[in-house]
Write a protein that binds this ligand. Sequence first.
Ligand SMILES: Cc1ncc(COP(=O)(O)O)c(C=O)c1O
Length: 397
Amino acid sequence: MPNNSSKRARTNFVHAGRSPHDNHGVVNPPVYHASTILQPSLDAFEKARTPDWKGYRYGRRGTPTTRAFEEAVANIYSAQGAVAVSSGLAAVTNSILACVKPGDHILMTDNVYGPARNFSTGFLTRFGIETTFFDPLIAGNIKNLFKKNTVAVYTESPGSQTFEVSDIPAIAAATHEIGATVLMDNTWASALYFDAFSKGVDIVIEAVTKYICGHSDVMMGIIVANNDWAMATREMAQVHGNVSGPDDLYLAQRGLRTMAVRMEQNQKNGIELAAWLEGRPEVKQVLHPALPSNPGHEIWKRDFSGASGLFSFILKENYQRAALAAMLDGLELYGMGASWGGFESLIIPASPKDYRTATDWDERGQVLRVHAGLEDIDDLIDDLGAGLDRLTDLSSV
Ligand SMILES: Cc1ncc(COP(=O)(O)O)c(C=O)c1O
C-alpha cells in the first residue's frame, strides 16, 4: 500500500490503503471472504505461526480486506497501527482492557458515551478496576485526581450529548508525568478535524459506524495506536476473537473516500442549524463547540480544525410530553433513532442527568440531540421550525 502520510489529511482520506495497480487497476480493494487460508508447504505453514508473521493465516486474524482498511486509517492518522473491531463500543472496551489489570484505577470524563460509562462502572468494577469520573473542563487539574495506581485517562471530546470540549493537551501532559496512558474517543471530530496524536493522545478510538461508514448501514470500530499500544490493542481484540466482516470492511474503506466532503456539509449544516436555533424563542441554549457560549469553545478553536454535524439544544422548559411528541412525530426530515454520522438528519431526546456523577446537570428543559445530515439547509430549518411551532402551539392550549 502506498504510504501517503506526507500528504494532507484530505488526500489521505482518498488514497490511503489502496493500490489499484496491485489489483488489475481496479480502484477499490477487493473483498476477500475467508476463514481458512491455505499455506503452500509445511515450511510456510510453520512460518505463518511465528509472532512477527506479516502475512495471512486465518480469517479471524485478518484478510487483505481487513488490512486495506486498517492501513488506510493508520496512514490517515500517521500512526503505526490500527485494528478494526466489531463496533465502536468494542473499540472502547478493548482499548481500555489493553491498559488495565485488577487493582488499577482509571479516570474517565463525565460526559462520556453512556455505554463506555456502564462498561467501567459495571464490568471493570467486577474485575477490581476502579473508575473515577472527572469534569470534562478539568484540564491540567486532573493531576489532583491521580492515585498511586492510576494507569489510564479516558477522554471523549466533545462529549457526544453535552458537547463540552476538554483541554486534551493539558490532560495528556499531566497524565504522561505519572507514566499513565491517554485514550480518546475521537468519533465526533475524526482525524479530519482533530489530530489526536499530536495533542498527546496515546490510543485513539473511533466508532466507524458513524462518519467513516457514513451511510447508517455498518457497525464497526477502530483502535489506532503507536508502538507497544498498537501491538497490545491488536492482541486484546484477537484474544476476544473480535473481528469485522469483509463486506462491512469494504463499505468502511469506501466510506473513507468521501468522508471529507460529507463532513464538510455536515459541519456547514450543523453550524447553520445551531446558529438558527439560538434565535428561536423555545430554545434556552444550543450546545455546539463552534458557538462562543459552548463550554470549552476556546479550546475547540485552538485545537480543532472543524466540527461534525452532531450537537444538542436545551429547550426553555420541560414541555408536556404531548407537545414534545407533536413536535418530534411530525418531523419529515429528521429520523428518531440511535447513532449519527450518516447522510441523514436525526433528532433524539437526551437525558444528561442520567449519565453524569462528577458534575451537575440542573437544566430543567428537555435536551434534544440533533445530527445535521446532508439535506438542503433551508429544508432542515423549515422542518425543525414547523416542529418548534407545533411545540409552542400545543403548549399554549
Ligand atoms: C461517541 C461514541 N462513541 C462510541 C459509540 C459506539 O459506537 P457503536 O454504536 O458502533 O458501538 C457511539 C455510538 O453512538 C458514540 O456516540
